[in-house]
Design a protein around this ligand. Structure first.
Ligand code: NAD
Length: 520
């Protein structure tokens, strides 16, 4: 038991600590030298109504470099009261500025933003590699797609036409597309900047305003890019960025009565939960969720090309890709040959420091993810899968995992059924088209599929029969800003990119005008 004096002293200490927390302010910007020597100023505040601010409760969290396990910086952590302030700012900006802006002004702002992303591409790519752990090769690809996509969204901003509907001579009837209002956007850590653009691009093009929550582990690129929004001429309050936890910020956004739509990318379990929370206020919900995508190699394919594609399909971005081709199916007549080539090719992929220009695969994003992946290696081994290569940590500092192949798996094994979200692939054998289609479709997910064949009829027939939102033929993880992306089944609801993304952010209004009988 504490004595009375000791208890009072403790109370006053914690009172003093709280006072200190409330009145001492962590900086809102810090100078950072990136691992490649570039220097820049990193905003560390919440971005609300065009300003970087401390969170009301002055809470902060540390951001860790996954390649070195060292702290990069500390950023402010939003809480419920900050969400309410940001939503109010976004609501005001929606009503007074952005929803009534000329479409061509919205277009120009998005074009400017695309140009600014291009101008800052090396800094943005390096921030992403430092914060997420992905190789520069991967982050440069992300940043290139970000600028292309924002430009494409700018192109849509003044082409959101409605329809004139023929309802006879007595009425003039038309429909128009209107924005929804404030959109809550919750993004994951695997493609932080790319997901920021996939979310804000279509929302802004269609006249909405946003409050976006980056993932806890990777808040830096979204904060840096929010200042580019201002420079691009996007008015204060249109884009608000709130680093913070899913359980607090994500939950409040999903429940907030003034948030009219939630767009989420992440795990299926969290997506399911968000849908339930959003149901109380009947929000529109779009979800980009998990996957366990099949990647099929037919015997008639160009096998050397197929091997490179299936390796890229799983090991790109350290395997932290929702549509990763994590289940490889090889036709029996070429099974051993392709497996041997795949092993040899995989072992040439350089793992390590994301800033080494020769590195293909960087670090996993977090300690949690590293251990999840290593646990799955043990699961696969205990289920009797044959380890072909990898299966262990690379080095002893940083969250690196060797690219890993498990062969001769059975379709009911957990390693075949569950999303690992790391550089682990399973390889199975098939003999007929019907057999491989049954195996490919035996999943709760349906995000993507790969087909490798030189037979155009087979390519089209199999594409028609696989249950997936995207099918890649003789390629994989091949994205384009104009091509819709999203999932069947438990891989999600709605599509991102292309014209399909616009319907996520608009609602149709029909207007029917009675016409007086013509005067003759
Ligand atoms: P998660 O789905 O929980 O996190 C994604 C985002 O959702 C983060 O911003 C997080 O803060 C937020 N979030 C978490 N709980 C929330 C809640 N209750 N309400 C609102 N938002 C919430 O994923 P995770 O925990 O970071 O990773 C777990 C697994 O999810 C991974 O191992 C991987 O398998 C999968 N994952 C998939 C994707 C994808 O793109 N499909 C992305 C990230 C993770």
């Amino acid at each position: 038991m504490f004595s009375r004096t000791r208890t009072t002293a403790l109370k006053s200490n914690s009172f003093a600590r709280n006072l200190l927390r409330l009145y001492s302010q962590a900086p809102l910007r810090v100078p950072i030298t990136l691992p490649n020597g570039l220097t820049y100023e990193q905003p560390t505040g919440l971005f609300i109504n065009g300003e970087f601010v401390a969170s009301k409760q002055k809470k902060t969290f540390d951001v860790i470099n996954p390649s070195t396990e060292e702290k990069i910086t500390t950023v402010y952590k939003a809480m419920e009261d900050d969400v309410d302030t940001a939503v109010a700012a976004a609501k005001k900006a929606f009503e007074t500025k952005w929803s009534i802006a000329e479409p061509e002004d919205r277009a120009r702002a998005l074009f400017n933003l695309a140009d600014l992303v291009e101008k800052n591409q090396e800094t943005l790519a390096a921030i992403e590699s430092m914060d997420n752990g992905k190789s520069l090769f991967c982050s440069r690809g992300d940043v290139a797609l970000v600028s292309k996509y924002l430009r494409s969204c700018g192109g849509w901003a003044d082409k959101l036409n409605g329809n004139v509907i023929d309802t006879g001579k007595d009425h003039f009837t038309y429909s128009i597309k209107e924005p929804l209002g404030v959109c809550g956007q919750i993004i994951p850590w695997n493609f932080p900047l790319l997901m920021w653009s996939w979310k804000i691009g279509p929302a802004l093009a269609t006249g909405n305003t946003v409050v976006l929550k980056p993932a806890e582990t990777t808040p830096l690129s979204a904060l840096f890019a929010s200042q580019l929004c201002q420079e691009a001429g996007i008015p204060a309050g249109v884009v608000n960025i709130l680093p913070g936890s899913g359980r607090v910020v994500g939950e409040r956004l999903s429940a907030h009565p003034d948030v009219k739509k939630i767009a989420f990318t992440g795990s299926t379990a969290t997506g399911r939960h968000i849908m339930k929370v959003a149901a109380d206020t009947v929000k529109k919900v779009t979800l980009e969720l998990g996957g366990k995508s099949p990647n099929i190699v037919f015997a008639d394919a160009d096998l050397d090309k197929a091997v490179k594609n299936i390796a890229f399909g799983i090991f790109f971005n350290s395997g932290e890709v929702c549509c990763a081709g994590s289940r490889i199916y090889i036709q029996d007549t070429v099974y051993e040959e392709v497996l041997k080539k795949l092993k040899e090719y995989t072992e040439t992929l350089k793992v390590g420091d994301p800033f080494n220009e020769k590195v293909f695969q960087g670090a996993q994003t977090s300690d949690k993810q590293l251990h999840k992946i290593l646990d799955y290696v043990n699961v696969a081994k205990s289920e009797g899968a044959r380890l072909v290569t990898g299966g262990e940590r690379y080095g002893d500092k940083g969250y690196f995992v060797k690219p890993t192949i498990f062969a001769d798996v059975k379709e009911d094994m957990r390693i075949v059924k569950e999303e690992v979200f790391g550089p682990i692939v399973t390889v199975s054998k098939f003999s007929t088209v019907d057999e491989v289609i049954a195996m490919a479709n035996d999943s709760q997910y349906g995000l993507a599929a790969g087909i490798h064949t030189n037979d155009i009829n087979k390519a089209i027939n199999v594409s028609n029969r696989v249950k997936a939102g995207t099918v890649w033929v003789n390629t994989y993880n091949n994205f384009h800003q104009n091509v819709p992306f999203g999932g069947f089944g438990q891989s999600g609801i709605g599509r991102e990119m292309g014209d399909a993304a616009l319907s996520n952010y608009t609602q149709v209004k029909s207007v029917r005008i009675a016409i007086d009988k013509p005067i003759r």
